[in-house]
Design a protein around this ligand. Structure first.
Ligand code: LLP
Length: 429
């Protein structure tokens, strides 16, 4: 059952009317349902029940500490792509031995930090990084468990900008070089090669994309074992899609479980999954208020207080998010087709094109759906607009987990060098 739905003519989240949150926290505001997040984790845990699958939540999807804390309490690990994400995961109580450190470019300091904290494994994406990790581990008198991320050269069925496993993508070590890189890792003091990593993209609903890349990874895994590399773990990444449009199917968890079962039968090793979007995506909405309704000829616009600075996905990927009014449309309602746009001074600041909505007025509230993943975390303060607040709901209670950041805070740490004043009026000096 969805955590969001109409009751008595109004939209509710769990046991809270959404309007109450608008009044208490202001808009725009991201609202997450704790129960929806937990329910999804339980679905995942149930689906892979008897298999040795370690779930490492992709922190980038929604890195809020409260979200990470909920997940930590459910026994989830974390997949991180920066020192900052490792710090967040640790701060939320996820122990280092449940943290994977991935990412296509890692700074020396980040690698040192990961090695010092003893993370489960570092997913290495280049031979430069492999050598650096080895050198740092030796210098620190430690050893670093590494997995190599391979680029399997496969096309996944998803948006162009979130593909990561094609030959021309920057990610991973080309499959043709992987064996040699592995043998180098094995010979490198300070490194313990423990596994392989593959991740071919995000928002993938077609199970065949996973079948192909998992098959390629499993084959290499077998070859390396035959070479005498004692691999123990296969990290199969994330990328599991969610239904954004009403006609989309949900993710086929049983299909995924069957694939994992087959991989397990073949390799008998520990498996890691790195779901991000699937865990939090559908558990969040973005609540926004109409600032103006405009008409010109046959065109209609609703200007709302959220925009590309609050939710970048529509502008960046032409992503589609459901848009619903907070007041339930009555049957005799007058409807119209509108473009829902934000307040930013860019023509690309469109949240939804050609949407059928009841005729709304300034002050009315609407929500954008399925924004729990890659929403707040991709926001900016462009146009010096404050970032949205974030709220977490559990049953009847709701808490502001991140207050709306005042615009002043954005420039509080900007410095004006004294020479600008000393030079006198512009043009002299
Ligand atoms: N593992 C690795 C190595 C990743 O690069 C990613 C996502 C994940 C796991 C988690 O993928 P998920 O299960 O969430 O699909 N900003 C884009 C998505 C970028 C995904 C980047 N990597 C969007 O809004 O659609």
């Amino acid at each position: 059952m969805s955590a969001f739905g109409y009751r008595g003519g109004e939209l509710w989240v769990e046991e809270v009317p959404v309007r109450e949150i608008a009044e208490g926290a202001g808009t725009p505001v991201y609202i997450y349902s704790a129960s929806a997040i937990e329910a999804r984790v339980r679905d995942l845990q149930r689906a892979f029940g008897s298999l040795p699958v370690r779930l490492c939540y992709a922190v980038k999807a929604n890195p809020h500490l409260a979200v990470l804390r909920l997940l930590a309490r459910l026994g989830m690990g974390a997949e991180t792509v920066s020192g900052g994400e490792i710090e967040r995961a640790l701060a939320a109580g996820i122990p280092p031995e449940r943290i994977v450190f991935s990412g296509v470019g890692k700074e020396e300091e980040e690698l040192r930090f990961a090695i010092a904290r003893g993370v489960l494994q570092i997913n290495v994406e280049s031979r430069d990084e492999l050598r650096l990790a080895g050198a740092l581990a030796r210098e620190m008198g430690r050893s670093a468990a590494v997995a190599l991320r391979i680029n399997p050269a496969v096309e996944a069925s998803t948006h162009e900008k979130i593909q990561t496993g094609r030959e021309g993508d920057k990610f991973g070590i080309p499959i043709a070089e992987a064996r040699e890189a592995f043998l180098e890792a094995q010979a490198c003091p300070g490194l313990v090669p423990v596994g392989l990593h593959v991740h071919v993209g995000s928002q993938i609903l077609d199970i065949h994309s996973f079948a192909r890349s998992y098959g390629i990874a499993a084959e290499l895994f077998e070859t390396l074992r035959a070479d005498g590399v004692p691999l123990v773990r296969l990290d199969l990444g994330g990328g599991f899609g969610i239904p954004y449009r009403p006609e989309d199917r949900g993710f086929d968890l049983d299909g995924l479980a069957a694939l994992l079962e087959a991989v397990w039968d073949r390799l008998r090793c520990e498996l890691i999954l790195e779901p991000g979007r699937l865990v939090v995506g559908e558990a969040g909405v973005l609540l926004t208020r109409v600032l103006a309704r405009k008409e010109r000829g046959v065109r209609r616009w609703l200007v709302v207080d959220a925009g590309m600075h609050t939710l970048l996905r529509p502008a960046l990927y032409d992503a589609w998010h459901g848009i619903r009014p907070v007041r339930e449309p009555a049957s005799a309602q007058e409807w119209e087709e509108v473009e829902v746009v934000g307040p930013i001074c860019e023509s690309g600041d469109v949240l939804g094109r050609g949407r059928r909505l009841p005729v709304l007025q300034r002050g009315d509230l609407v929500v954008l759906e399925a924004v729990g993943a890659y929403g707040a975390t991709m926001a900016s303060s462009y146009n010096s607009r404050p970032r949205a607040a974030e709220v977490l709901v559990r049953g009847r209670r709701w808490d502001i987990i991140k207050p709306r950041r005042p615009a002043r805070a954005e420039f509080a740490d900007e410095r004006v060098p004294s020479w600008i004043e000393e030079e006198g009026p512009a043009g002299e000096g």
